[in-house]
Design a protein around this ligand. Structure first.
Ligand code: G3P
Length: 222
């Protein structure tokens, strides 16, 4: 399963990229707004740091605006995937951009029907928002299972399931068990995945024992 980071924060992107963990990045207007400044600078920098796919989202709501913005966004790099909302105009733009060889991520997916239609329009990725479904009392992970089952029946569907709106590490394990193609994670979730209290205690004990050995013979080194 590929891991993308769901952020426009350059510090987090560099931190996890240096550990070799990132296959790509997803952003959206809210994440851009959270960082402040000029989003163009962030887009330029992110597409330089990350070799894999970087989703940059349009803000137009009608077809021609989405097409213009999509083509402008694509100029940031060959790794740019244009993110469009799951609307009739979004699907029309998805079809046209995909036809022109520009990959598209259809976002704000909340049902298997929407995922199926986005795949038919040529989307490279569909982004079901599981956390937001959980928030309203629907099981987000069940939607991932349903989409996976449907896509697996049809060889012609090459669209990848990109699990979005992930809130905690258990979401990641469950998505991996189902066989989702990608999860996009907020930096805080990836941080939690790295940690275990027994790792911390184990390391403290190793170092304390090493200090004990060294106190008897200060010349010892590795
Ligand atoms: O990738 C979509 C994601 O950013 C939405 O997450 O936590 O705002 O539901 P959230």
């Amino acid at each position: 399963m590929k891991i993308f980071l769901d952020t426009a924060n350059l510090e987090s992107i560099r931190k996890f990229n240096d550990m070799g963990l990132l296959d790509g990045i997803t952003t959206n207007p809210s994440l851009m707004s959270k960082e402040g400044g000029n989003p163009k600078d962030a887009m330029e920098e992110i597409t330089k740091i990350i070799k894999g796919d970087v989703s940059l989202e349009v803000v137009s709501t009608e077809y021609s605006g989405m097409m213009e913005e999509g083509k402008r966004l694509r100029q940031y790099g060959e790794n740019v995937v244009v993110k469009v909302p799951m609307t009739p105009d979004g699907l029309k733009a998805c079809k046209s951009l995909s036809f022109e060889g520009i990959p598209v991520n259809v976002t704000l997916i909340f049902s298997a029907n929407q995922a199926l239609l986005a795949a038919k329009s040529g989307a490279k990725y569909v982004s079901p928002f599981i956390g937001r479904l959980d928030d309203v009392g629907q099981n987000g992970m069940e939607l991932i299972k349903e989409i996976k089952e449907i896509f697996d029946h049809y060889d012609y569907i090459k669209t990848q399931i990109l699990v979005a709106s992930v809130r905690h590490p258990l979401h990641v394990i469950d998505a991996a068990k189902i066989g989702a193609d990608v999860v996009t994670l907020p930096p805080a979730v990836l941080d939690k995945m790295l940690q275990h209290p027994l790792t911390k205690i184990g390391l403290e004990n190793f170092l304390a024992d090493w200090d004990k050995l060294k106190s008897g013979n200060p010349d010892i080194e590795i």
